[in-house]
Design a protein around this ligand. Structure first.
Ligand code: ATP
Length: 373
């Protein structure tokens, strides 16, 4: 079984609707209940800031600071992490547009928020993700990239370097500057990065596939996952061949891309295709409940994979996950979450929905930006 990572304390200051709040925790799961607008999701969002990026709402940093606060927000957590006990503090510095997220690890400023991944992994499922299978492909790509990132931290850097190179190419083309050596240099960089991104995504899907083949059936099925939209037929060829192929595509499509004002081929155009395996049906055409079960299955599979690969179960943030499940499915879900061996944060409006967790969880009531047992 994976080793446990858990938050033993969480402190918020000027975070969303919290002026100050402290949550003393033990290694059990955490259930947060309260009325709509009480601050349950805000608390989950605070925990999501213990991973790189903009948190589970993909927030603009300035929006996170409590309205009326004099300084920026901060989140402080004591963690029993991958490298033992650690104190993590994050918040914002600066004013307006210049606001940046800062991170301190045991009181020492960190170079980048990516250093958080040395200590813990945080995964989440929120109601905002309910439309994942029917919404725009960019959402599914982002979802997949977060999965990849949790086992391959270099993926984020590759993706941002690719974006930057692509923007340079688009700019040169739109300005009519068809300088062949300059464009070739940029396209060579794009080919290397783009194929590496596609390979990392394919590898992730392969790992999930193997895992689901080795896992017993649950009420939360593992979907069949495939990538489409970029070098689909050739994905199993050696990386060097694929780089040459992509480089040729880019060279030949300069005129077309200049006219379109953007690069039309690349890993930024891939889509994650999700199918309900047992029903042999596209996820987008499944019922609302089936889509939710698929999403839960996917997030659980990813959590299991992260635990298998790193030896540490991730922190799970499951916002309003129990709301649409019947009693049997809820109990099955709690058992699956518990078997993962990590700490999960769960929210809902009604405490009784979580009664099957019993002693396995700590229960808190959230009300108007304050928290009590
Ligand atoms: N920067 C901010 N400053 C002050 N309040 C904020 C800020 N951002 C959001 N809020 C408020 O925080 C409140 C709680 O939001 P939250 O999403 O956490 O509620 P919730 O308990 O999850 O509710 P629900 O059950 O409806 O999902 C909202 O009323 C929102 O207006």
């Amino acid at each position: 079984m994976a080793q446990k990572i858990f938050l033993s304390q969480l402190k918020l200051s000027d975070f969303r609707n919290y002026a100050e709040a402290t949550l003393p925790l033990d290694e059990r799961h955490v259930v947060l209940t309260g009325e709509n607008g009480a601050g349950k999701t805000n608390l989950m969002e605070a925990v999501s800031f213990l991973s790189p990026g903009r948190g589970l709402r993909r927030a603009v940093l300035a929006d996170v600071t409590r309205v009326g606060a004099e300084a920026g927000f901060s989140v402080f957590a004591k963690i029993e992490g991958m490298e033992g006990e650690v104190a993590l503090g994050t918040g914002i510095d600066g004013e307006g547009e210049a606001q940046v997220r800062r991170l301190r690890i045991n009181g020492t400023p960190a170079k980048s928020t990516e250093e958080l991944t040395d200590h813990l992994a945080v995964l989440w499922l929120t109601p905002a993700m309910d439309g994942l299978f029917t919404g725009p492909s960019a959402d599914r790509r982002r979802f997949l990239d977060r999965l990849v990132l949790s086992i391959d931290p270099a993926h984020g850097r590759r993706a941002s370097d690719f974006e930057r190179a692509m923007r340079s190419r688009n700019r040169l083309l739109s300005e009519g500057r068809f300088d062949p050596s300059w464009l070739s240099a940029i396209e060579t960089q794009m080919a290397g990065l783009g194929i590496a991104m596609a390979a990392a995504r394919q590898e992730m899907l392969g790992l999930l596939r193997n895992l689901s083949a080795a896992t017993e059936q649950t009420p939360f099925p593992s979907p069949t996952l495939t990538l489409s939209g970029f070098l689909d037929e050739t994905a199993d060829r050696p990386a060097a061949d694929l780089e040459d192929l992509y480089l040729d595509m880019l060279r030949e499509s300069r005129g077309r891309d200049a006219a379109a004002g953007r690069t039309l081929d690349g890993p930024h155009r891939s889509d994650l295709l999700v199918r309900h395996r047992e029903k042999d049906m596209d996820a987008g055409r499944c019922s609302t409940g089936e889509q939710k079960a698929l999403l839960i299955g996917l997030v659980l599979a990813h959590a299991r994979l992260t635990a298998n690969m790193t030896g540490y179960a991730p922190i799970l943030l499951l916002d309003e996950i129990a709301a649409h499940l019947d009693e049997g499915r809820r109990a099955a879900l709690f058992d699956l979450i518990h078997e993962l061996g990590g700490q999960a944060f769960m929210t809902g409006t009604d405490r009784s929905m979580f009664s099957a967790l019993a002693e396995r969880a700590q229960f808190f009531t959230v009300e108007g930006g304050s928290i009590r047992p």
